[in-house]
Design a protein around this ligand. Sequence first.
Ligand SMILES: *Cc1c(COP(=O)(O)O)cnc(C)c1O
Length: 225
Amino acid sequence: MIADNLHTVKQEIQESCALVSRNSGEVTLIAVTKSVDSSAAEELVKLGVNNLAENRVDKLLEKKESLSQYTQISWHLIGNLQRRKVKSIINHIDYFHALDSVRLAQEIQKRATHKINCFIEVNISGEESKHGIRPEELTAFVHELADLSNVSIVGLMTMAPFDADDETIRSIFASLKNLQEEICSLKLKYAPCTELSMGMSQDFPLAIIEGATYIRVGTALFKKG
Ligand SMILES: *Cc1c(COP(=O)(O)O)cnc(C)c1O
């Protein structure tokens, strides 16, 4: 079942890339394992998926522990992170996708023993319920991170609204791409900002069309039937 799902997802990645003449090698599939146990995650790793994500600190540490023999796995924390939990997780992950405050960045700076790859979460849709920096505050926010040597801004992340139409979702992803290019063009050493983390099970084809380089997919990989 998981193998079939993976095959389908990979095919959709290729088709979406082909539509806009992108090389599918530019898109990294991150498997979001929050709804499954370690054995399902392991099955995917055995099928060659080497990027796994969790949205909770404790769950990520648990999975990492039980899959510790697979040293090739890159671990992504995609959910938001409370400052008091930074210490327990930050040196165990390869990417953090939800940086959304200066105080959080300062705590990462304090606790990290090496440079942490971070995506800034941007709230493009403006929904109250969503985390993230507002687009108009992004540039100032990035400048505030200048002295944090352990925080490297590799890109931007967003979540599209769950119930929006395709056109709206595409425009949200396109806006994130514009912001990414803007930050990238500042040529800040601590913020190369070349990556775009956007697209989930129901909207990753649209995200790829709009330039996603990391897609975060859960349900489509683990659904039954
Ligand atoms: C759960 C989650 C995903 C994956 O969602 P699916 O719809 O299951 O693909 C992606 N990103 C974040 C931040 C999540 O919390």
